[in-house]
Design a protein around this ligand. Structure first.
Ligand code: BTN
Length: 265
């Protein structure tokens, strides 16, 4: 048994791209938790944990992530950062969104946009969420875990789930749902390519061109209990988001949630 995962599935319907080691699980609580445990046990860069069914999926800010077997893609990727990459840690939170946007464009002719910090939206609705977690030993970063959840089919999440943000799926947008492992293969190849570009100066320029609701007024909730109205300016080289307040002052934020409404819920 792999860190609490229920069963292995030995049917592999994809080519595993070079540099990746894939663990396919029939059921898991959270693939991020399993990946963190594997990282702690010394698993190498490129370890991937995929679950057909995730029973305790985690979203950002302690929220739950709902998914349905066959209708969702849920996986986590373990990254061991090189010396060059360590100084660019904040850019890694954009890696998953960036790869997803490029896969949507290349294979499904869909224009995805990055909703800072970690969502991908299509036609104003969320199609993918990314949860980045880090494993530290004292002040030394051991590994980064990039967990991604993608809505493939219309029924990716139960209808009674109270969503914070309107959702969509690949099927809703293009009329068919890819198989989870088929999309995983495309995403891993794209993640690998995107990671190579992450260190270049052009990376942030390219990401700003994919930034959703840029220039618009939105509500920013930084978990201070006082959401504020801000205008989205741009993502800085270090991954922070420049915003303008209603009094014209500008500041850079590194964490928070954006919404269109006047409150944070
Ligand atoms: C969010 O939008 O709040 C982030 C959602 C991230 C969900 C994925 S699904 C695979 C991985 N395992 C988890 O427990 N969460 C991430």
């Amino acid at each position: 048994m792999l860190f609490g995962a229920k069963k292995f599935c030995f049917l592999i319907a994809m080519q595993v791209p070079p540099g990746f080691t894939l663990h396919i699980l029939e059921e898991a609580g959270s693939t991020n938790d399993i990946c963190l445990a594997l990282a702690d046990a010394g698993a190498p860069d490129g370890t991937v944990v995929f679950a057909h069914h995730q029973t305790a999926g985690k979203g950002r800010q302690g929220r739950k992530w709902f998914s349905r077997p066959g209708s969702s893609l849920t996986f986590s990727l373990l990254l061991r950062l090189s010396i060059d990459e360590l100084g660019l840690l904040s850019r890694f939170s954009l890696l998953g969104c960036s790869a997803m946007v490029d896969v949507l464009a290349q294979y499904y002719q869909l224009q995805g946009l990055i909703k800072w910090p970690n969502d991908v939206i299509v036609h104003g609705k969320k199609i993918c969420g990314v949860l980045m977690e880090a494993l530290w030993q004292g002040r030394a970063l051991q590994a980064v875990i990039l967990g991604m959840g993608v809505n493939l089919a219309r029924d990716a999440y139960p209808p009674d789930v109270n969503l914070r943000y309107p959702a969509t799926s690949i099927e809703s947008e293009v009329g068919f749902a890819p198989q989870p492992l088929e999309l995983l293969e495309k995403l891993l190849i794209m993640l690998d390519q995107t990671r190579k570009n992450l260190v270049t100066d052009d990376f942030m320029h390219a990401k700003n061109a994919q930034l959703a609701i840029r220039g618009e007024w939105v509500t920013l909730d930084e978990n201070t209990g006082e959401p504020r109205r801000v205008r989205l300016l741009e993502i800085d080289q270090d991954g922070g988001l420049w915003v303008e307040a209603e009094d014209g002052t500008r500041s850079k934020v590194y964490a928070g949630e954006l919404s269109n409404g006047s409150s944070s819920s």
